[in-house]
Design a binder for this molecule. Structure first.
Ligand SMILES: C[S@@+](CC[C@H](N)C(=O)[O-])C[C@H]1O[C@@H](n2cnc3c(N)ncnc32)[C@H](O)[C@@H]1O
Length: 270
Protein backbone atom coordinates (compact mmCIF):
# COMPACT_ATOMS: atom_id res chain seq x y z
CA UNK A 1 0.00 0.00 0.00
CA UNK A 2 3.08 2.18 0.22
CA UNK A 3 2.50 5.55 -1.46
CA UNK A 4 -0.92 4.44 -2.69
CA UNK A 5 -2.58 7.86 -2.54
CA UNK A 6 0.43 9.60 -4.00
CA UNK A 7 0.53 7.16 -6.91
CA UNK A 8 -3.23 7.40 -7.45
CA UNK A 9 -3.16 11.21 -7.38
CA UNK A 10 -0.13 11.45 -9.68
CA UNK A 11 -1.64 9.00 -12.15
CA UNK A 12 -4.94 10.91 -12.31
CA UNK A 13 -3.12 14.22 -12.56
CA UNK A 14 -1.12 13.02 -15.55
CA UNK A 15 -4.35 11.96 -17.24
CA UNK A 16 -5.78 15.48 -16.89
CA UNK A 17 -3.00 16.92 -19.07
CA UNK A 18 -2.45 14.65 -22.05
CA UNK A 19 -1.36 17.56 -24.26
CA UNK A 20 2.22 17.40 -25.39
CA UNK A 21 4.70 19.10 -27.59
CA UNK A 22 5.37 16.80 -30.55
CA UNK A 23 7.76 13.97 -29.79
CA UNK A 24 10.91 14.51 -31.77
CA UNK A 25 13.70 12.08 -32.40
CA UNK A 26 17.31 13.11 -31.93
CA UNK A 27 19.01 11.93 -35.08
CA UNK A 28 21.93 9.55 -35.17
CA UNK A 29 23.73 11.20 -38.08
CA UNK A 30 22.01 8.78 -40.45
CA UNK A 31 24.32 5.97 -39.35
CA UNK A 32 24.90 3.40 -36.64
CA UNK A 33 28.35 4.84 -35.90
CA UNK A 34 27.50 6.13 -32.40
CA UNK A 35 25.87 2.86 -31.41
CA UNK A 36 28.70 0.75 -32.77
CA UNK A 37 31.30 2.88 -31.02
CA UNK A 38 29.88 1.83 -27.63
CA UNK A 39 29.52 -1.91 -28.32
CA UNK A 40 31.70 -4.68 -26.91
CA UNK A 41 33.49 -6.94 -29.40
CA UNK A 42 30.84 -9.68 -28.94
CA UNK A 43 28.01 -7.19 -29.38
CA UNK A 44 29.62 -5.68 -32.48
CA UNK A 45 29.98 -9.14 -34.00
CA UNK A 46 26.32 -9.90 -33.33
CA UNK A 47 25.28 -6.53 -34.73
CA UNK A 48 27.17 -7.29 -37.95
CA UNK A 49 25.24 -10.55 -38.33
CA UNK A 50 21.88 -8.85 -37.72
CA UNK A 51 22.71 -6.04 -40.16
CA UNK A 52 23.43 -8.63 -42.84
CA UNK A 53 20.25 -10.64 -42.17
CA UNK A 54 17.74 -7.80 -41.79
CA UNK A 55 17.13 -4.56 -43.63
CA UNK A 56 18.03 -1.90 -41.07
CA UNK A 57 18.58 0.81 -43.66
CA UNK A 58 15.69 3.02 -42.51
CA UNK A 59 16.42 2.64 -38.80
CA UNK A 60 18.63 5.65 -38.19
CA UNK A 61 16.26 8.20 -39.72
CA UNK A 62 15.16 10.38 -36.81
CA UNK A 63 16.02 7.74 -34.19
CA UNK A 64 17.62 8.31 -30.83
CA UNK A 65 20.64 6.30 -29.76
CA UNK A 66 18.66 4.61 -26.96
CA UNK A 67 15.93 3.65 -29.39
CA UNK A 68 18.45 2.11 -31.77
CA UNK A 69 20.09 0.19 -28.95
CA UNK A 70 16.80 -1.19 -27.57
CA UNK A 71 15.59 -2.10 -31.05
CA UNK A 72 18.81 -3.90 -31.97
CA UNK A 73 18.62 -5.75 -28.65
CA UNK A 74 15.00 -6.87 -29.14
CA UNK A 75 15.73 -7.87 -32.73
CA UNK A 76 18.57 -10.02 -31.40
CA UNK A 77 16.21 -11.69 -28.88
CA UNK A 78 13.73 -12.33 -31.67
CA UNK A 79 16.41 -13.69 -33.98
CA UNK A 80 18.13 -15.85 -31.36
CA UNK A 81 15.15 -17.23 -29.43
CA UNK A 82 11.87 -16.74 -31.28
CA UNK A 83 12.33 -16.62 -35.05
CA UNK A 84 12.70 -20.33 -35.70
CA UNK A 85 9.85 -21.30 -33.47
CA UNK A 86 7.32 -23.16 -35.62
CA UNK A 87 4.25 -21.57 -34.07
CA UNK A 88 5.55 -18.06 -34.62
CA UNK A 89 6.33 -18.81 -38.25
CA UNK A 90 2.75 -19.98 -38.76
CA UNK A 91 1.17 -17.12 -36.90
CA UNK A 92 3.03 -14.34 -38.62
CA UNK A 93 3.12 -15.66 -42.15
CA UNK A 94 2.47 -12.79 -44.54
CA UNK A 95 1.04 -9.61 -43.06
CA UNK A 96 1.18 -9.66 -39.27
CA UNK A 97 -1.44 -8.14 -37.01
CA UNK A 98 0.64 -7.41 -33.93
CA UNK A 99 -0.15 -6.08 -30.47
CA UNK A 100 2.47 -4.84 -28.03
CA UNK A 101 1.20 -4.60 -24.44
CA UNK A 102 2.63 -1.91 -22.14
CA UNK A 103 4.61 -0.14 -24.86
CA UNK A 104 5.89 2.76 -22.71
CA UNK A 105 7.34 5.08 -25.40
CA UNK A 106 7.68 2.25 -27.93
CA UNK A 107 11.46 2.57 -28.16
CA UNK A 108 11.71 -0.92 -29.69
CA UNK A 109 9.04 -0.50 -32.38
CA UNK A 110 11.70 -0.76 -35.10
CA UNK A 111 12.47 -4.30 -33.94
CA UNK A 112 8.80 -5.34 -34.02
CA UNK A 113 8.11 -4.09 -37.54
CA UNK A 114 11.37 -5.59 -38.79
CA UNK A 115 10.71 -8.98 -37.19
CA UNK A 116 7.05 -9.08 -38.21
CA UNK A 117 6.14 -6.53 -40.90
CA UNK A 118 2.48 -5.58 -40.67
CA UNK A 119 0.05 -3.56 -38.60
CA UNK A 120 1.22 -3.10 -35.02
CA UNK A 121 -0.86 -1.66 -32.19
CA UNK A 122 0.89 -0.47 -29.04
CA UNK A 123 -1.16 0.05 -25.89
CA UNK A 124 0.05 1.85 -22.77
CA UNK A 125 -1.93 2.63 -19.62
CA UNK A 126 0.43 5.39 -18.43
CA UNK A 127 0.90 7.11 -21.77
CA UNK A 128 0.82 10.70 -20.50
CA UNK A 129 3.91 10.53 -18.36
CA UNK A 130 6.16 13.44 -19.24
CA UNK A 131 9.86 13.77 -20.07
CA UNK A 132 12.16 16.64 -19.17
CA UNK A 133 11.44 18.30 -22.53
CA UNK A 134 7.68 18.20 -21.67
CA UNK A 135 6.83 15.67 -24.35
CA UNK A 136 4.81 12.67 -23.20
CA UNK A 137 5.38 8.96 -23.75
CA UNK A 138 2.40 8.99 -26.10
CA UNK A 139 3.81 11.84 -28.20
CA UNK A 140 7.21 10.18 -28.49
CA UNK A 141 5.66 6.80 -29.31
CA UNK A 142 3.30 8.32 -31.89
CA UNK A 143 6.18 10.11 -33.57
CA UNK A 144 7.83 6.70 -33.91
CA UNK A 145 4.66 4.95 -35.06
CA UNK A 146 4.09 7.76 -37.57
CA UNK A 147 6.89 6.30 -39.66
CA UNK A 148 4.75 3.22 -40.29
CA UNK A 149 1.35 3.77 -41.90
CA UNK A 150 -0.25 0.68 -40.37
CA UNK A 151 1.00 1.19 -36.79
CA UNK A 152 -0.82 3.00 -34.02
CA UNK A 153 -0.31 3.69 -30.33
CA UNK A 154 -3.27 3.71 -27.98
CA UNK A 155 -3.31 5.44 -24.60
CA UNK A 156 -5.28 3.21 -22.24
CA UNK A 157 -5.47 -0.20 -20.70
CA UNK A 158 -5.16 -3.37 -22.74
CA UNK A 159 -8.29 -4.41 -20.82
CA UNK A 160 -10.19 -1.92 -22.99
CA UNK A 161 -9.24 -3.74 -26.18
CA UNK A 162 -11.90 -6.19 -27.20
CA UNK A 163 -12.28 -8.68 -29.99
CA UNK A 164 -14.97 -6.54 -31.60
CA UNK A 165 -14.19 -3.03 -30.39
CA UNK A 166 -11.45 -0.45 -30.69
CA UNK A 167 -8.13 -2.13 -31.15
CA UNK A 168 -9.36 -5.40 -32.52
CA UNK A 169 -7.03 -4.77 -35.51
CA UNK A 170 -8.16 -7.91 -37.19
CA UNK A 171 -11.84 -7.40 -37.86
CA UNK A 172 -12.55 -9.67 -34.94
CA UNK A 173 -9.90 -12.15 -36.04
CA UNK A 174 -7.50 -11.31 -33.24
CA UNK A 175 -3.77 -10.67 -33.23
CA UNK A 176 -1.26 -12.97 -34.89
CA UNK A 177 1.53 -11.96 -32.52
CA UNK A 178 1.28 -10.31 -29.11
CA UNK A 179 4.46 -9.12 -27.43
CA UNK A 180 4.44 -8.36 -23.71
CA UNK A 181 7.81 -7.21 -22.44
CA UNK A 182 8.10 -6.94 -18.64
CA UNK A 183 4.48 -7.35 -17.52
CA UNK A 184 3.83 -6.50 -13.88
CA UNK A 185 3.58 -9.96 -12.37
CA UNK A 186 4.87 -8.79 -8.94
CA UNK A 187 3.22 -5.86 -7.20
CA UNK A 188 6.50 -4.22 -6.14
CA UNK A 189 7.45 -3.65 -9.80
CA UNK A 190 4.10 -1.96 -10.47
CA UNK A 191 4.54 0.27 -7.42
CA UNK A 192 8.08 1.19 -8.40
CA UNK A 193 6.70 2.19 -11.80
CA UNK A 194 4.33 4.60 -10.00
CA UNK A 195 1.02 2.97 -10.87
CA UNK A 196 -1.88 2.59 -8.42
CA UNK A 197 -2.40 -0.88 -6.93
CA UNK A 198 -5.81 -1.17 -8.60
CA UNK A 199 -4.00 -1.92 -11.87
CA UNK A 200 -2.31 -4.99 -10.41
CA UNK A 201 -4.26 -7.92 -11.83
CA UNK A 202 -1.74 -10.20 -13.55
CA UNK A 203 -4.07 -13.19 -13.85
CA UNK A 204 -6.97 -11.11 -15.21
CA UNK A 205 -4.67 -9.34 -17.66
CA UNK A 206 -3.13 -12.59 -18.91
CA UNK A 207 -6.52 -14.15 -19.43
CA UNK A 208 -7.75 -11.06 -21.29
CA UNK A 209 -4.62 -10.85 -23.48
CA UNK A 210 -4.94 -14.55 -24.33
CA UNK A 211 -8.46 -13.79 -25.56
CA UNK A 212 -7.07 -11.20 -27.99
CA UNK A 213 -4.97 -13.79 -29.83
CA UNK A 214 -5.99 -15.13 -33.23
CA UNK A 215 -6.72 -18.85 -33.13
CA UNK A 216 -3.20 -19.56 -34.43
CA UNK A 217 -1.66 -16.52 -32.74
CA UNK A 218 1.25 -16.53 -30.35
CA UNK A 219 2.11 -14.52 -27.25
CA UNK A 220 5.76 -13.69 -26.49
CA UNK A 221 6.39 -12.69 -22.88
CA UNK A 222 9.68 -11.46 -21.42
CA UNK A 223 10.19 -11.24 -17.65
CA UNK A 224 12.91 -9.51 -15.70
CA UNK A 225 14.65 -11.41 -12.87
CA UNK A 226 14.03 -14.83 -11.38
CA UNK A 227 11.27 -13.71 -9.03
CA UNK A 228 9.19 -12.47 -11.97
CA UNK A 229 9.96 -15.61 -13.94
CA UNK A 230 8.62 -17.74 -11.06
CA UNK A 231 5.50 -15.57 -10.79
CA UNK A 232 4.95 -15.83 -14.55
CA UNK A 233 5.29 -19.61 -14.43
CA UNK A 234 2.53 -19.81 -11.79
CA UNK A 235 0.29 -17.52 -13.85
CA UNK A 236 0.67 -19.65 -16.97
CA UNK A 237 0.02 -22.81 -14.97
CA UNK A 238 -3.31 -21.37 -13.81
CA UNK A 239 -4.57 -20.63 -17.34
CA UNK A 240 -5.77 -22.83 -20.20
CA UNK A 241 -2.93 -21.54 -22.38
CA UNK A 242 -0.31 -23.84 -23.85
CA UNK A 243 3.11 -22.42 -23.11
CA UNK A 244 6.78 -23.13 -23.20
CA UNK A 245 9.78 -21.46 -21.69
CA UNK A 246 12.48 -19.92 -23.87
CA UNK A 247 14.79 -19.90 -20.86
CA UNK A 248 17.15 -17.07 -20.09
CA UNK A 249 17.41 -14.70 -23.03
CA UNK A 250 21.03 -13.67 -23.10
CA UNK A 251 22.20 -11.10 -25.64
CA UNK A 252 25.54 -9.32 -25.90
CA UNK A 253 23.53 -6.39 -27.24
CA UNK A 254 21.50 -5.96 -24.05
CA UNK A 255 21.57 -2.42 -22.65
CA UNK A 256 20.11 -3.85 -19.39
CA UNK A 257 21.74 -5.45 -16.37
CA UNK A 258 18.94 -7.67 -15.04
CA UNK A 259 18.58 -11.18 -16.38
CA UNK A 260 15.63 -11.70 -18.68
CA UNK A 261 13.55 -14.82 -19.34
CA UNK A 262 11.20 -15.58 -22.19
CA UNK A 263 8.01 -17.53 -22.83
CA UNK A 264 5.82 -18.35 -25.79
CA UNK A 265 2.14 -19.11 -25.24
CA UNK A 266 -0.81 -19.91 -27.46
CA UNK A 267 -4.40 -21.05 -27.20
CA UNK A 268 -5.10 -24.75 -27.37
CA UNK A 269 -6.96 -25.30 -30.63
CA UNK A 270 -7.96 -28.82 -29.77
C1 LIG B 1 7.96 -2.55 -16.92
S1 LIG B 1 7.16 -1.57 -18.13
C2 LIG B 1 7.78 -2.24 -19.65
C3 LIG B 1 7.71 -1.26 -20.78
C4 LIG B 1 8.16 -1.79 -22.12
N1 LIG B 1 7.36 -2.90 -22.55
C5 LIG B 1 9.62 -2.16 -22.09
O1 LIG B 1 9.96 -3.34 -22.20
O2 LIG B 1 10.45 -1.24 -21.97
C6 LIG B 1 5.50 -2.17 -18.12
C7 LIG B 1 4.57 -1.25 -18.88
O3 LIG B 1 3.25 -1.78 -18.92
C8 LIG B 1 2.31 -0.74 -18.74
N2 LIG B 1 1.05 -1.31 -18.29
C9 LIG B 1 0.76 -1.84 -17.08
N3 LIG B 1 -0.50 -2.27 -17.04
C10 LIG B 1 -1.03 -2.02 -18.26
C11 LIG B 1 -2.31 -2.23 -18.85
N4 LIG B 1 -3.31 -2.77 -18.14
N5 LIG B 1 -2.51 -1.85 -20.12
C12 LIG B 1 -1.52 -1.29 -20.84
N6 LIG B 1 -0.29 -1.04 -20.34
C13 LIG B 1 -0.05 -1.42 -19.07
C14 LIG B 1 3.01 0.17 -17.71
O4 LIG B 1 2.49 1.46 -17.64
C15 LIG B 1 4.45 0.12 -18.21
O5 LIG B 1 4.72 1.14 -19.14
Amino acid sequence: MKGLFRREFAYRFRGLFPFSRPGVGVGCDGSFAKLEAGLSAAAAERFTVLSADYDLSGWTRGSRLLELHESVYFLDLYDSFVRDHVRVQDAARGFCRGLDVGSKNWAYLLALVTAWPGAWTGVEIDAHRRYADFSTRAAVARARAGGFAACRYLAGSVMDLGSAGEGSAGEGRGFDVITWFLPFVCVDALRAWGLPDRFFDPAGLLSHVAGLLASDGVLWVVNQGEKERAAQRLLFAETDLCYETLGEMVSPLSPFRARRFGWLAWNDEG
